[in-house]
Design a protein around this ligand. Structure first.
Ligand code: SF4
Length: 231
Protein backbone atom coordinates (compact mmCIF):
# COMPACT_ATOMS: atom_id res chain seq x y z
CA UNK A 1 0.00 0.00 0.00
CA UNK A 2 1.44 3.36 -1.07
CA UNK A 3 1.13 6.12 1.55
CA UNK A 4 0.94 9.64 0.11
CA UNK A 5 0.06 12.49 2.46
CA UNK A 6 -0.91 15.27 0.08
CA UNK A 7 -1.82 16.01 -3.51
CA UNK A 8 1.52 17.64 -4.26
CA UNK A 9 3.38 14.46 -3.28
CA UNK A 10 0.82 12.38 -5.15
CA UNK A 11 1.42 14.36 -8.34
CA UNK A 12 5.19 13.86 -8.03
CA UNK A 13 4.76 10.15 -7.40
CA UNK A 14 2.48 9.75 -10.43
CA UNK A 15 4.91 11.61 -12.68
CA UNK A 16 7.69 9.17 -11.85
CA UNK A 17 5.62 5.98 -12.15
CA UNK A 18 6.87 3.33 -14.60
CA UNK A 19 4.64 0.42 -13.57
CA UNK A 20 3.23 -0.36 -17.05
CA UNK A 21 6.01 -1.36 -19.50
CA UNK A 22 3.87 -1.05 -22.66
CA UNK A 23 2.68 2.45 -21.74
CA UNK A 24 6.12 3.62 -20.68
CA UNK A 25 7.54 2.50 -24.03
CA UNK A 26 4.70 4.16 -25.96
CA UNK A 27 4.69 7.50 -24.14
CA UNK A 28 8.48 7.79 -24.53
CA UNK A 29 8.44 6.74 -28.19
CA UNK A 30 5.80 9.35 -29.00
CA UNK A 31 7.77 11.95 -27.04
CA UNK A 32 10.95 11.16 -28.99
CA UNK A 33 9.36 10.99 -32.45
CA UNK A 34 6.89 13.94 -32.05
CA UNK A 35 4.36 15.29 -34.53
CA UNK A 36 5.90 17.58 -37.16
CA UNK A 37 3.87 20.56 -35.91
CA UNK A 38 5.36 20.17 -32.40
CA UNK A 39 8.91 19.41 -33.50
CA UNK A 40 10.36 22.42 -31.64
CA UNK A 41 8.74 21.40 -28.36
CA UNK A 42 10.07 19.10 -25.65
CA UNK A 43 7.41 16.53 -24.87
CA UNK A 44 6.60 15.67 -21.26
CA UNK A 45 6.74 11.93 -22.07
CA UNK A 46 5.90 10.82 -18.51
CA UNK A 47 2.78 9.91 -16.56
CA UNK A 48 0.50 12.95 -16.31
CA UNK A 49 -0.74 13.88 -12.82
CA UNK A 50 -4.14 15.37 -12.03
CA UNK A 51 -4.53 19.12 -12.49
CA UNK A 52 -6.30 21.57 -10.19
CA UNK A 53 -6.52 22.56 -6.52
CA UNK A 54 -5.92 20.09 -3.70
CA UNK A 55 -9.13 21.12 -1.94
CA UNK A 56 -11.40 20.95 -4.98
CA UNK A 57 -15.11 20.33 -4.31
CA UNK A 58 -15.53 19.18 -7.94
CA UNK A 59 -13.62 16.51 -9.85
CA UNK A 60 -13.67 15.66 -13.56
CA UNK A 61 -12.61 12.13 -14.47
CA UNK A 62 -11.61 11.40 -18.08
CA UNK A 63 -9.95 8.38 -19.67
CA UNK A 64 -6.20 8.84 -20.23
CA UNK A 65 -3.77 11.48 -21.59
CA UNK A 66 -3.61 11.96 -25.37
CA UNK A 67 -0.32 11.07 -27.06
CA UNK A 68 0.28 14.55 -28.51
CA UNK A 69 -1.88 16.41 -25.97
CA UNK A 70 -1.18 15.88 -22.28
CA UNK A 71 1.73 13.55 -23.05
CA UNK A 72 3.31 16.59 -24.72
CA UNK A 73 2.26 19.33 -22.29
CA UNK A 74 2.36 17.44 -18.98
CA UNK A 75 -1.05 18.76 -17.96
CA UNK A 76 -4.23 16.70 -18.10
CA UNK A 77 -6.44 17.41 -21.16
CA UNK A 78 -4.22 20.27 -22.33
CA UNK A 79 -3.21 20.71 -25.95
CA UNK A 80 -5.67 18.54 -27.87
CA UNK A 81 -9.15 18.81 -29.38
CA UNK A 82 -10.85 17.18 -26.39
CA UNK A 83 -9.26 19.78 -24.13
CA UNK A 84 -10.40 22.57 -26.46
CA UNK A 85 -14.01 21.53 -25.86
CA UNK A 86 -13.62 20.90 -22.13
CA UNK A 87 -11.79 24.11 -21.23
CA UNK A 88 -14.06 26.26 -23.40
CA UNK A 89 -17.04 24.82 -21.51
CA UNK A 90 -15.38 25.24 -18.12
CA UNK A 91 -14.67 28.87 -18.96
CA UNK A 92 -18.19 29.44 -20.28
CA UNK A 93 -19.70 28.39 -16.95
CA UNK A 94 -17.13 30.28 -14.86
CA UNK A 95 -14.90 27.45 -13.65
CA UNK A 96 -11.75 28.16 -15.71
CA UNK A 97 -9.81 31.39 -16.03
CA UNK A 98 -9.60 31.17 -19.83
CA UNK A 99 -11.22 29.19 -22.65
CA UNK A 100 -8.03 27.75 -24.10
CA UNK A 101 -5.35 25.45 -22.74
CA UNK A 102 -2.35 25.18 -24.99
CA UNK A 103 0.67 24.48 -22.80
CA UNK A 104 1.64 24.05 -19.16
CA UNK A 105 2.64 27.72 -18.66
CA UNK A 106 -0.34 29.31 -20.41
CA UNK A 107 -1.72 30.81 -17.18
CA UNK A 108 -4.85 28.65 -17.04
CA UNK A 109 -6.28 28.14 -13.57
CA UNK A 110 -9.34 26.17 -12.49
CA UNK A 111 -11.73 27.40 -9.81
CA UNK A 112 -12.56 24.61 -7.39
CA UNK A 113 -12.16 21.92 -10.05
CA UNK A 114 -9.59 19.19 -10.40
CA UNK A 115 -9.18 17.05 -13.51
CA UNK A 116 -7.82 13.54 -13.43
CA UNK A 117 -7.99 10.18 -15.23
CA UNK A 118 -8.06 6.51 -14.26
CA UNK A 119 -5.00 5.93 -16.48
CA UNK A 120 -2.20 8.49 -16.25
CA UNK A 121 -0.10 7.47 -19.27
CA UNK A 122 -1.02 7.92 -22.93
CA UNK A 123 -2.04 4.52 -24.36
CA UNK A 124 -1.74 3.41 -28.02
CA UNK A 125 -5.06 4.05 -29.84
CA UNK A 126 -6.36 5.73 -26.66
CA UNK A 127 -7.04 2.24 -25.35
CA UNK A 128 -5.45 1.07 -22.11
CA UNK A 129 -5.68 -2.61 -21.20
CA UNK A 130 -7.64 -3.74 -18.17
CA UNK A 131 -4.34 -4.70 -16.52
CA UNK A 132 -2.97 -1.19 -17.08
CA UNK A 133 -6.13 0.37 -15.71
CA UNK A 134 -5.87 -1.85 -12.66
CA UNK A 135 -2.20 -0.93 -12.15
CA UNK A 136 -3.14 2.74 -12.23
CA UNK A 137 -6.06 2.37 -9.87
CA UNK A 138 -3.82 2.94 -6.86
CA UNK A 139 -3.29 6.57 -7.90
CA UNK A 140 -7.00 7.27 -8.35
CA UNK A 141 -7.65 5.59 -5.02
CA UNK A 142 -5.19 7.88 -3.25
CA UNK A 143 -6.43 10.98 -5.09
CA UNK A 144 -10.05 10.32 -4.11
CA UNK A 145 -9.00 9.68 -0.52
CA UNK A 146 -7.13 13.00 -0.39
CA UNK A 147 -10.00 14.93 -2.00
CA UNK A 148 -12.69 13.30 0.13
CA UNK A 149 -12.99 16.03 2.79
CA UNK A 150 -13.95 18.68 0.23
CA UNK A 151 -15.38 16.69 -2.68
CA UNK A 152 -19.08 17.18 -3.53
CA UNK A 153 -19.47 16.65 -7.31
CA UNK A 154 -17.79 14.25 -9.73
CA UNK A 155 -18.27 14.59 -13.49
CA UNK A 156 -17.33 11.40 -15.33
CA UNK A 157 -16.53 11.71 -19.03
CA UNK A 158 -17.45 8.43 -20.68
CA UNK A 159 -18.10 4.83 -19.73
CA UNK A 160 -14.46 3.85 -19.20
CA UNK A 161 -14.04 6.49 -16.50
CA UNK A 162 -17.37 5.51 -14.98
CA UNK A 163 -16.49 1.81 -14.74
CA UNK A 164 -13.05 2.64 -13.36
CA UNK A 165 -14.29 5.09 -10.78
CA UNK A 166 -17.14 3.19 -9.10
CA UNK A 167 -14.94 0.61 -7.32
CA UNK A 168 -12.57 3.37 -6.22
CA UNK A 169 -15.46 5.33 -4.73
CA UNK A 170 -16.62 2.18 -2.92
CA UNK A 171 -13.15 1.48 -1.53
CA UNK A 172 -12.99 5.04 -0.22
CA UNK A 173 -16.21 4.58 1.72
CA UNK A 174 -18.82 6.19 -0.51
CA UNK A 175 -22.17 4.42 -0.74
CA UNK A 176 -22.14 3.06 -4.31
CA UNK A 177 -25.59 1.60 -5.05
CA UNK A 178 -26.09 -2.08 -5.86
CA UNK A 179 -26.55 -3.00 -8.63
CA UNK A 180 -24.01 -0.48 -9.80
CA UNK A 181 -25.56 2.39 -11.77
CA UNK A 182 -24.99 2.34 -15.52
CA UNK A 183 -23.20 5.14 -17.32
CA UNK A 184 -25.25 7.52 -19.45
CA UNK A 185 -25.12 11.15 -20.49
CA UNK A 186 -27.18 13.09 -17.97
CA UNK A 187 -27.15 10.30 -15.38
CA UNK A 188 -26.91 11.57 -11.82
CA UNK A 189 -26.29 9.39 -8.80
CA UNK A 190 -26.17 10.48 -5.17
CA UNK A 191 -23.67 8.64 -3.00
CA UNK A 192 -23.71 10.15 0.46
CA UNK A 193 -21.54 13.27 0.40
CA UNK A 194 -21.07 13.33 -3.39
CA UNK A 195 -23.19 13.40 -6.53
CA UNK A 196 -21.94 11.69 -9.67
CA UNK A 197 -22.72 13.24 -13.08
CA UNK A 198 -22.38 11.22 -16.30
CA UNK A 199 -21.30 13.09 -19.46
CA UNK A 200 -20.29 11.73 -22.86
CA UNK A 201 -16.54 11.99 -23.35
CA UNK A 202 -15.39 15.20 -25.04
CA UNK A 203 -13.61 13.14 -27.71
CA UNK A 204 -13.59 14.21 -31.35
CA UNK A 205 -15.68 11.15 -32.13
CA UNK A 206 -18.48 12.60 -30.01
CA UNK A 207 -18.04 16.32 -30.65
CA UNK A 208 -17.45 16.16 -34.42
CA UNK A 209 -20.53 14.00 -34.94
CA UNK A 210 -22.75 16.23 -32.81
CA UNK A 211 -23.44 13.45 -30.31
CA UNK A 212 -22.06 15.85 -27.72
CA UNK A 213 -22.50 19.60 -28.16
CA UNK A 214 -20.85 22.43 -26.19
CA UNK A 215 -24.23 23.21 -24.63
CA UNK A 216 -24.56 19.63 -23.38
CA UNK A 217 -21.13 19.81 -21.73
CA UNK A 218 -21.86 23.19 -20.20
CA UNK A 219 -25.18 21.96 -18.79
CA UNK A 220 -23.49 19.09 -16.97
CA UNK A 221 -20.66 21.30 -15.69
CA UNK A 222 -23.13 23.94 -14.50
CA UNK A 223 -25.18 21.36 -12.60
CA UNK A 224 -22.09 19.81 -11.04
CA UNK A 225 -20.59 23.20 -10.18
CA UNK A 226 -23.84 24.29 -8.60
CA UNK A 227 -24.08 21.11 -6.54
CA UNK A 228 -20.50 21.65 -5.38
CA UNK A 229 -21.33 25.21 -4.28
CA UNK A 230 -19.08 26.78 -6.90
CA UNK A 231 -21.81 28.47 -8.99
S1 SF4 B 1 -0.61 4.04 -16.42
FE1 SF4 B 1 -0.53 4.55 -14.23
S2 SF4 B 1 0.36 2.74 -13.22
FE2 SF4 B 1 0.83 2.59 -15.43
S3 SF4 B 1 2.87 3.56 -15.65
FE3 SF4 B 1 1.31 5.13 -16.04
S4 SF4 B 1 1.02 6.14 -14.03
FE4 SF4 B 1 2.04 4.17 -13.66
Amino acid sequence: MVVVRDIHRLDSAVASCRACPRLVRWREKVAAEKKPQFEEQTYWGKAVPGFGPADAPMLIVGLAPAAHGANRTGRMFTGDRSGDVLFAALHAVGLASQPTATHIDDGLTLRGVRITAPVHCAPPDNTPTITERDHCRKWLDIELGLLKPTLRSVVVLGGFGWQSLLPVLASNGWAVPRPRPKFGHGTRVDMGTIRLFGCFHVSQRNTFTGRLTPTMVEDVLRAAGSHAGLL
